[in-house]
Design a protein around this ligand. Structure first.
Ligand SMILES: *Cc1c(COP(=O)(O)O)cnc(C)c1O
Length: 373
């Protein structure tokens, strides 16, 4: 925490670009000869689409997925014309021309989007630029139904298909029977497009085995260190470290309440350290009374409720020499990763990452935070 900006911020968020690239290489190695894309929607899961996508592009990632047209336009400006950029949500009515103008590949998710893209091709007096077709195989979120898909097969629109894809609903649960059902449905759908790349799996699907890899995989969360096989060991590196600064250390008497709602009452006298991170920074209110931090490697419990800009930790058990105003409490790091935090907050690692706030001072590092597990 040396720079002036770092000294003013309430917390410093370190993002290890080297670990993200290493994770992408690990996943690409597991899935070769399939192509390994990178999903960098929602600002690369809150970690910063610009630096993250640039590092991955420099490492050779050929294809990026984002969710929205605006995310795609920003990424196209950032990356130049080289890598392919696909837009998961596809075009809202009237926006197909902008996809073409920015060289963005839409995922076409329903018949109206297919019609929109077909009309664009006609207006360009050519086949429409390439698009990805999404079929629904059991999630009932985006994608053509079986009947809509049959209609496309019977009367193929003049579209060059870059890929045909689907998305798994239960891939974080290897034993779930829906995985096999979706695999069978997708295998049948992909067979109707023998010359077109097929793509089924995101992070967790990659860990279901080779038959789920097809020609193209679409990991997001695993790149950022979220465990793609919950409850089991995985080969990915941690990517983030969040260190909050102590604003104040207080000596509190027995029976004295702490924080909003007097939700915590001291069972014994002790010291409380309050840090400049709260739910407005994405340190979720559901951490109240359940979260923890680390000071110099020692676990300190979160005490009482998380406030908008503040949270308090019980530091009675750690020496005063390490718990003083200005000293860091580690809220995320190798000892307490995004999945650990998610378990305490009653959510998933994805939400911990995408909630990470805009007030942190962000530091992008090239080297690994820690060696691979
Ligand atoms: C978000 C998303 C992904 C990436 O998912 P992860 O679980 O983060 O790897 C891939 N495909 C689709 C359709 C998505 O919406």
């Amino acid at each position: 925490m040396t720079s002036e900006a770092a000294s003013r911020a309430g917390a410093v968020l370190e993002i290890d670009l080297g670990a993200i690239v290493a994770n992408w290489r690990t996943l690409a190695g597991m899935t070769a000869p399939a192509q390994c894309a990178a999903v960098v929607k929602a600002d690369a899961y809150g970690l910063g689409a610009r630096p993250v996508a640039q590092a991955l592009a420099d490492a050779g990632c050929p294809l990026f997925f984002v969710a929205t047209l605006d995310e795609g336009i920003a990424l196209r400006r950032q990356l130049g014309t080289q890598p392919e950029i696909a837009i998961l949500n596809g075009p809202h009515p009237g926006t197909a021309g902008e996809f073409a103008a920015h060289q963005l590949v839409p995922v076409l998710n329903e018949p109206g989007q297919v019609a929109e893209w077909t009309a664009l091709g006609k207006s360009l007096r050519d086949n429409a630029p390439a698009a990805i077709l999404q079929v629904d195989t059991g999630m009932a979120r985006l994608g053509l139904t079986a009947r809509e898909f049959a209609a496309v097969i019977e009367a193929p629109p003049p579209i060059v298909w870059r890929a045909v894809m689907s998305h798994l609903a239960c891939s974080d649960n290897p034993g779930h029977e829906l995985n096999k059902h979706q695999l069978a449905c997708f295998t049948a759908a992909a067979a109707r497009f023998p010359e077109v790349a097929a793509s089924l799996s995101a992070s967790c699907g990659i860990f279901l085995g080779r038959q789920y890899h097809f020609d193209l995989v679409r990991p997001g969360a695993a790149l950022f260190g979220v465990n793609p096989c919950p409850g089991r060991a995985h080969p990915l590196r941690p990517v983030v470290r969040l260190q909050a600064k102590i604003l104040q250390v207080r000596q509190i008497d027995t029976h004295q309440p702490v924080g909003y709602g007097a939700a915590h009452v001291m069972a014994a006298a002790g010291r409380i350290a309050t840090v400049a991170v709260g739910y407005a920074d994405g340190w979720l209110r559901s951490f109240s009374r359940r979260g923890c931090g680390f000071i110099a490697g020692m676990r300190v419990p979160l005490i009482g409720r998380v406030s908008m800009d503040l949270a308090s930790f019980g530091v009675s058990a750690v020496p005063e020499a390490v718990a003083y105003p200005g000293a860091p409490i580690e809220l995320l790091g190798p000892a307490y990763g995004v999945d650990d935090a998610a378990a305490d907050a009653g959510t998933i690692g994805y939400e911990i990452l995408t909630a990470l706030g805009s007030r942190y001072h962000r530091v992008y590092r090239e080297s690994a935070l820690s060696p691979p597990k």
